[in-house]
Design a protein around this ligand. Structure first.
Ligand SMILES: NC(=O)c1ccc[n+]([C@@H]2O[C@H](COP(=O)([O-])OP(=O)(O)OC[C@H]3O[C@@H](n4cnc5c(N)ncnc54)[C@H](OP(=O)(O)O)[C@@H]3O)[C@@H](O)[C@H]2O)c1
Length: 270
């Protein structure tokens, strides 16, 4: 089912930089030793973007990622973390909580800091104004958002003074396509990368009868079909979580092939 040599990387907004088409997630880790081994191996396989958040396991996920980075080397990882929206009330709070996260990660700066979801009690303009201080302070190279709808995303883009919103991380999978209606066209227009989280529906894609049928027809695992669907365009990337090295190998092989335009149309209608 391959149509040409697929690219393993995706543009990061309009920065000229790229991130791995598939990033490694760190939510809901059950066994830290297995997760450590899998994350290190993932970076070695070229899945060198790691996504974490202060919220995950109350800071322990960031600490684990810090240990992974020590093992593989800081320059080998594009590091993304996310700040809780309640921190966005003031620049002082933003700096304080970012410094704490950077201590847990044992790094001087992250590559990309995201607002985990919009704070409903503050205007988007106020949130972005306070969040942008992270660039001034040298605590992150880029900023972005997560769980922003199309209207919130445009407001965020229009609120930046010095930096761009380079990425929006949102729930998106072959079984959950709400973002295709208005968010994806908006992101494309403004050159914001969409990074799909929960692309396997936490295993849910595996028991979908139609996906199983397609999988046996084209002789490719459901996991690879589901991941290839959400990275099918140059501005679409994904973040998937595994702490199992066999699962990781299967995930990494997604990048060995890509969906035909015909199959993309079939999957769009699922
Ligand atoms: N911004 C946000 O609000 C937000 C929200 C949710 C998630 N995220 C990020 O996105 C990441 C991914 O999303 P997610 O963790 O919710 O869900 P997911 O990646 O769709 O699913 C993860 C689950 O799938 C299993 N899995 C992975 N590869 C597999 C394979 N090859 N075969 C069978 N099962 C497999 C994993 O189990 P094993 O570990 O046993 O492989 C895990 O239980 C998170 O870790 C987090 O970093 C962000």
């Amino acid at each position: 089912m391959s149509s040409g040599i697929p690219s393993r990387r995706r543009s990061l907004g309009n920065t000229g930089e790229t991130i791995s088409a598939i990033a490694l997630g760190t939510w809901g880790i059950r066994n830290e030793n297995n997760a450590f081994i899998t994350l290190v191996r993932g970076v070695e396989l070229g899945l060198d973007t790691i996504d974490t958040a202060e919220m995950y396991n109350s800071g322990r996920a960031e600490e684990l990622v810090g240990r992974v980075i020590k093992q593989v080397g800081r320059e080998s990882v594009f590091l993304i973390t996310k700040m809780l929206p309640e921190r966005l009330k003031s620049r002082h709070e933003v700096i304080k909580y970012a410094r704490a996260a950077l201590r847990r990660l044992s790094v001087n700066e992250v590559d990309l800091y995201l607002i985990h979801w919009p704070n409903p009690t503050l205007s988007i303009q106020e949130q972005i104004k306070n969040f942008e201080v992270l660039i001034d302070e040298g605590l992150t190279r880029y900023i972005g958002v997560s769980n922003f709808n199309d209207v919130e995303l445009v407001e965020a883009i229009n609120s930046t003074k010095k930096s761009d919103i380079v990425l929006n991380q949102v729930h998106y999978s072959v079984l959950r396509k709400e973002v295709e209606e208005t968010l994806l066209p908006t992101a494309l227009k403004y050159q914001v990368t969409i990074q799909a989280y929960t692309p396997l529906e936490r295993g849910g894609v595996l028991s979908h009868p139609r996906l199983a049928e397609i999988s046996s027809k084209i002789n490719k695992p459901i996991v690879q079909i589901a991941l290839n669907y959400v990275i099918r365009e140059p501005y679409l990337a994904t973040v998937v979580k595994t702490e199992n090295t066999k699962h990781l190998e299967e995930i990494a092989q997604t990048l060995e092939w890509c969906l035909t335009p015909e199959l993309i149309e079939v999957l769009k209608k699922l």
